[in-house]
Design a protein around this ligand. Structure first.
Ligand code: HEM
Length: 283
């Protein structure tokens, strides 16, 4: 398991983007406090639920409560703003309606925000960290990526890269895809057998819990040649159907898959204050 030093630069940039996109918050002490509280919350997610003083679980509950208080203040502030002043995830959740025209309650908006940060923060930061690791390990790949970045840089007149730029950057897209395959950030998912089923000669009784081991798909030599090798060029041709499931599949497909890409391009194609692309810092 990988542990990022906290706050690592990748964590910091990822969380600052989350602050901006989810709540229109600028970097500063409030965001730093929230980042620390999320760290406390994460460390209590997969522990025994022992709510006693000193336990990681109790600390996580306390962090969650403090986060909810901060989010509630932001939500109340938004209610006093004129419509359209901000346009972020919280605004979207406050406005969204079901088929009968019902909006989410305040509590539901806050619960959704916390859940989405949990789903999207560490996953994104850790996977981008893996890209930086692979790029520093394979200088020829870094060189090709940098060349593509430089061409894009030369052709641009504005400061920001656009969605159109992102789709044109073929090699960078392959690097992202290959990182997600090999790093296996989400290595498995849980499912419940709603009916009895048979799979490859095995009977799976109704109501059994099943683990879908996606890491196996991504590192199986029947699906990918030399699977443990980081090779973005393998994406010159598409993968066999069903063998690439980094964001899951079916109705529970990852809701944040496009946001992940935006975050990647922010970091891989970011300029520092001297106008250099951040990727130039490697190698
Ligand atoms: C590299 C980053 C990420 C990876 C590898 C990843 C992976 C996944 C996977 C495999 C699933 C399906 C789980 C299942 O089938 O049981 C999933 C679901 C989900 N992801 Fe992501 N995720 C990432 C980032 C994000 C981000 C940035 C967000 C949002 C901010 C997000 C929000 C969600 C949500 C809400 C679901 C549940 C969807 C549903 O059940 O309908 N994820 N993710």
């Amino acid at each position: 398991m990988i542990h990022l030093s906290h706050p690592s630069p990748v964590n910091k940039v990822t969380f600052e983007n989350i602050g901006k996109l989810f709540l229109s918050l600028e970097p500063g002490p409030l965001l730093d406090t929230m980042d620390n509280l999320f760290t406390g919350l994460f460390s209590g997610l997969r522990v025994h639920p022992l709510n006693i003083p000193g336990s990681a679980y109790r600390h996580a509950l306390q962090c969650r409560k403090k986060l909810m208080d901060i989010f509630r203040v932001e939500l109340e502030k938004k209610k006093t703003l004129k419509e359209g002043v901000t346009s972020d995830l919280m605004d979207g959740l406050m406005e969204i309606k079901d088929d009968e025209g019902n909006k989410l309650s305040d509590q539901e908006v806050l619960d959704n925000i916390v859940s989405l940060v949990i789903a999207g923060y560490a996953t994104t930061a850790v996977s981008i960290m893996w890209t930086l690791y692979y790029l520093s390990k394979y200088p020829n790949i870094l060189r090709k990526l940098r060349e593509e970045n430089m061409v894009m840089h030369k052709n641009k007149t504005g400061e920001f890269i656009t969605c159109e730029d992102v789709s044109k950057m073929e090699y960078t897209n392959k690097v992202v895809k290959e990182t997600l395959r090999l790093a296996n950030i989400s290595a498995f998912s849980f499912r419940l057998a709603t009916n009895e089923a048979e799979y490859q000669g095995y009977r799976i009784p109704k109501d059994w819990r099943v683990i879908v081991w996606t890491r196996y798909l991504h590192t199986n030599s029947e699906n990918f040649d030399d699977p443990m090798c980081f090779n973005p060029d393998r994406w010159n041709k598409p993968a066999k159907p069903g063998t690439y499931q980094v964001f899951g599949g079916g109705s529970r497909f990852c809701a944040g898959n496009l946001l992940v890409k935006v975050q990647y391009f922010y970091i891989i194609c970011l300029k520092d204050t001297s106008g250099n692309w951040s990727i130039q810092m490697l190698g």
